[in-house]
Design a protein around this ligand. Structure first.
Ligand code: ATP
Ligand code: FE2
Length: 364
């Protein structure tokens, strides 16, 4: 049984996982984060270069192996931010040359889906919800086919942008989920077109509501954010309140928490509706949730309810395998390697814009 080391570097995370016979021996990751503002590709790449050796040493020690036991090095070569992909490839090539082992190029999106096999799902409809991607996918005749997708923003990037308007830092998904627990429903636009969704109109609507709130901040919101900061749930609120503003509170009848709650209820309902349509269309009986946004417990709950009502099985991997990680690259790399897919270091390249439905799936 081969031992495969997998390197993830496509965006904010540098991760190394080690897998043997479908079992995860190590999963170490380090994430580039910011207190305000979004991801700066070149800064994220610098983060990866700085942290790579440390993550590697930790992964080897966590797996309890000697590096000479590694049979191949898998790395995510597509899609992603070019500077980040280049850092990952540089590290993979360095390692391949040092250990005299082949490289296995892995499409990052396919890795997010393939790791779902670990849950026992056999032939699912996949709701892939991550930073840049939001797609409803199923495997049909040699390819992962996209049945529906966002027509503009990835749902994770959408949530991160809203979190940034709120001053919650990057990434914002976890902070939005926590804030949503204090909220109640306010109406937001709902935008489903067949099996596709559109998010930019909702984002503009929320942005306008936040701008209004910044002029009239709600004391209870500020207190909640302070409480969350104390509990280290959010990094920085970006909002302040003074006595003259306090007196204007009554002019808006919603809070940041209400917007976070309503964002989740609205956008996740759109995702679940389109996933259900894909289940009906394909006749498949399993739903697999994949990608970082699948860490959200409200989305998981809504998917479970829909699947129970349809008599479908629902699968979601554990959180450490949802957010970008090296294990999903190693896990997919092992499948490819066992099917004879490997390359010499001088033959590999990066493909920042490769789409999942362009990849020929020769291993299924
Ligand atoms: P892609 O896979 O499309 O290239 P990515 O690799 O940047 O995108 P992932 O690491 O899979 O994305 O997921 C990161 C995203 O998941 C971020 O946008 C983050 O805010 C979001 N996320 C993480 N936890 C939660 C949560 N609890 N609720 C909602 N979103 C979350
Ligand atoms: Fe990802």
């Amino acid at each position: 049984m081969p031992t495969i080391l997998g390197i993830e570097s496509t965006a904010h995370t540098f991760g190394i996982g080690i897998v043997k016979d479908g079992k995860i021996l190590a999963n170490v990751r380090d994430m580039y984060t910011t207190e305000s503002g979004g991801i700066i590709p070149i800064e994220s790449a610098k983060h990866h270069a700085k942290i790579a050796d440390e993550v590697y040493d930790k992964a080897i020690s966590e797996a309890g192996i000697n590096e000479k036991e590694v049979d191949a090095i898998a790395f995510s070569n597509a899609p992603g931010l070019a500077p980040c992909l280049i850092e990952g490839m540089k590290f993979a090539k360095k390692l391949a040359n040092k250990l005299k082992k082949p490289l296995v190029s892995v499409n990052h999106c396919i890795a997010h889906l393939e790791i779902g096999r670990i849950t026992g799902a056999k032939d699912p409809v996949m709701l892939y919800v991550s930073g840049a991607n939001t797609q409803i996918i199923a495997y049909e005749t040699g390819k992962y086919r996209i049945f529906g997708e966002t027509l503009d923003l990835g749902v994770g990037n959408f949530i991160d942008t809203v979190a940034r308007f709120m001053g919650l830092g990057f990434p914002g998904g976890y902070a939005i989920e926590k804030l949503a627990k204090f909220g109640k429903y306010v109406e937001l636009p709902y935008s489903v077109k067949g099996m596709d969704i559109v998010l930019s109109g909702i984002q503009t609507n929320i942005k306008q509501k936040i701008e209004k709130l910044k002029l009239h901040p709600q004391v209870r919101d500020i207190n909640k954010i302070k409480l969350m900061k104390k509990r280290k749930v959010v990094q920085s609120s970006g909002l302040s309140v003074n006595s003259s503003q306090k007196s204007e509170q009554s002019e808006v009848n919603y809070s940041l928490a209400d917007l976070a709650f309503s964002l989740q209820e609205t956008v996740f309902a759109m995702l679940v509706e389109t996933a259900e349509r894909a289940l009906a269309h394909t006749g498949k009986k399993e739903l697999l949730l994949a990608g970082g946004v699948a860490c959200n417990s409200r989305l998981v709950e809504m998917c479970k309810i829909m699947c129970a009502e349809r008599g479908c099985k629902f699968f979601v991997p554990e959180k450490s395998l949802l957010i970008d990680n090296g294990s999903m690259i190693a896990f997919t790399g092992e499948i490819l390697f066992k099917n004879g897919i490997k390359k010499k270091p001088e033959k590999v390249d990066i493909f920042p814009r490769e789409r999942i439905d362009n990849v020929e799936i020769s291993w299924k």
